[in-house]
Ligand binder design. Sequence first.
Ligand SMILES: [Fe+2]
Length: 144
Amino acid sequence: MDIKWTDDLTVGVDAIDYQHKELIAIIHNLLKAINRGDARDEIEKVMAFLKMYVEVHFLMEETLMLNINYPQDKLLEHEAQHAQFWDTYDELVVIFKKDHCSPVLLDTIKNVLVGWFANHMRKTDKAIGVFIKKGGKDTKAYGY
Ligand SMILES: [Fe+2]
């Protein structure tokens, strides 16, 4: 399973959709680099970039949810899913340290990481867009 942008992933908030496209591109590059058997430090760079980008992205989403008065229970659930991502990322780092381009690493990224993103974008992130639309909120007013 590779990861590709498809229109059904659209959340409807420009900043989120833009960053999701970037995230997909980074993960795609990571898969390609591992598949090619790139050097350890090259793959390490992509992993570090993914980590940094995800940190920025989660912070942006979480700030947006606070700004639009997103329901507390949904906000907490969303944040819990973000925290779960870091557990997955930590697992990847452990596998990466053993062998930077093993089939196990590739499989874990494909099955666990890609699976997490696909599920999270389709359901949890999409709910933000639905909430904004229903409430007629203007995210541009918050700079999104
Ligand atoms: Fe999210």
